[in-house]
Ligand binder design. Sequence first.
Ligand SMILES: Cc1cc2nc3c(=O)[nH]c(=O)nc-3n(C[C@H](O)[C@H](O)[C@H](O)COP(=O)(O)O)c2cc1C
Length: 199
Amino acid sequence: MSTPPDREAPAAHPIEALLRRRWSPRSFTGAPVSATMLDSLLEAARWAASCNNVQPWHLVIARRDIEPAAFAGLLATLSPNNQGWAGQAGALMIVAARTTFPANGNPNRHAWYDTGAAMAQMALQAAALGLQLHQMAGFDPAAARIACGIPEGFDPVAAIALGHVGPAEALPEALAARETAPRQRRPIGEFAFRGRWPE
Ligand SMILES: Cc1cc2nc3c(=O)[nH]c(=O)nc-3n(C[C@H](O)[C@H](O)[C@H](O)COP(=O)(O)O)c2cc1C
């Protein structure tokens, strides 16, 4: 099962079941992600909205079973904490944002916003397929640029582990505790203001 009942978001108001089922696991089984599933994930990302429809997101994907050398190279760019669990993912990815508009070379200050939107769509598609993905800031962007051959003008934004979810007990104790800790969010009133930002 990709979303154990205790990982489903305890939403305070009605939201789509798919949104409740998406979460960021650390325990993956190591099972492969099929080419068909990967195609669907990329298609979901492809249809995200973006400023001027320039679609600034770019991905380098390394499947554990098909591109093992690239997978190992990408794993090595992760922080030690993330390396502690991400090696069992079915695939690792780096998502990079094109930082300028292709038409005129002007800076695109929404490139990161749009790249995040594309990855949010991918995350939901993953949950729909019984997979999950786990986005990571804990990686070395300079090392990822070299490992993945990412050219200048593209900013490595996040690393992503993707795969079939494994049991929490497969993780070291400290990570297993985080895997089963209650899911929490700030209340709506702390981030959404009616009419005007509060004094
Ligand atoms: C941009 C970004 C960076 C993150 N970086 C890390 C990371 O380096 N390591 C990690 O274990 N989790 C990381 N996470 C996962 C978050 O901790 C997680 O999304 C958050 O705790 C909410 O949990 P949920 O995704 O299960 O709802 C990151 C998430 C995002 C969106």
